[in-house]
Design a protein around this ligand. Structure first.
Ligand code: SF4
Length: 237
């Protein structure tokens, strides 16, 4: 594990809190987010950690949230979707309508993830994510420091250059708690009905929304990646 890599990520987080008030970290409790949580917690950085409970998360993710809070002796802010919006969406579309089309799937993500994210970021000065370029085609152009035009905030991605191996090495070296599903073939973990295990060597992102094309696999939390990919695709055509 390269300590200079971790040092650079920590320096970016420290710089962020020095420059911006009310910094928040959006965690899905995936492997990358556990690295960021470890850096924040061990260094007592004044960054609020929040997560989006869509109501459809795997049990293993809830277990990790509880374990991580105990490990770091901290609490995280859990954002829930607006219950009326979920009820309305399910009444109109059906309980598992996200399997029917990409539009339906994005509709579910909009209600369960995107709207709660906007509430979590209201009044914040900057937000931090665990995005890595290597994770998906939609993330290949992510920068360490970006401007999030949707929320009108700086968006900080301290692990942007990290490889999957470096993430794993960090977790091991620092004995960071992680989701039990990672040891069962789940490199990327989201909602239970939209995530499955992948075979060794398979694209890590192929276990998410496996019924959709790789170029559209974002839930709406990071729309800039989709826009950049579409720009590149159009200019290459
Ligand atoms: S990942 Fe699946 S269940 Fe979760 S919010 Fe998106 S469509 Fe709905």
């Amino acid at each position: 594990m390269s300590e200079s890599l971790a040092g650079a990520a920590l320096a970016l987080l420290q710089e962020t809190v020095a420059q911006h008030p009310a910094v928040a970290f959006a965690s899905s409790f995936g492997a990358e987010d556990m690295v960021v949580m470890d850096l924040i917690s061990r260094n007592r950085l004044p960054i609020e950690i929040f997560t989006l409970d869509t109501g459809r998360l795997p049990e293993q993710t809830y277990a990790l949230i509880a374990r991580a809070c105990e490990h770091y002796r901290t609490r995280v802010r859990v954002m829930f979707p607006d219950s009326q919006s979920v009820e309305d969406w399910v009444r109109v579309n059906g309980i598992n309508a996200f399997y029917d089309s990409q539009a339906q799937r994005r509709g579910c993500c909009a209600v369960r993830k995107v709207a709660p994210l906007a509430r979590a970021l209201a009044g914040k000065g900057a937000w931090v994510t665990g995005l890595r370029r290597e994770q998906a085609p939609t993330r290949s152009a992510v920068e360490a420091v970006e401007h999030d035009a949707v929320h009108g905030l700086p968006k900080i991605n301290p692990l942007v250059d990290w490889t999957e191996t470096q993430v794993r090495d960090y977790l091991r070296a620092h004995q960071v708690p992680y989701n039990a599903l990672h040891d069962q073939g789940y490199p990327s973990i989201g909602c239970a009905p939209c995530t499955r295990a992948v075979a060794p060597g398979e694209d890590p992102r192929s276990g998410r929304w496996w019924w959709e094309a790789p170029s559209g696999k974002e839930c709406g939390l990071h729309p800039a990646g989709l826009a950049k990919l579409s720009d590149r695709t159009e200019s290459a055509a």
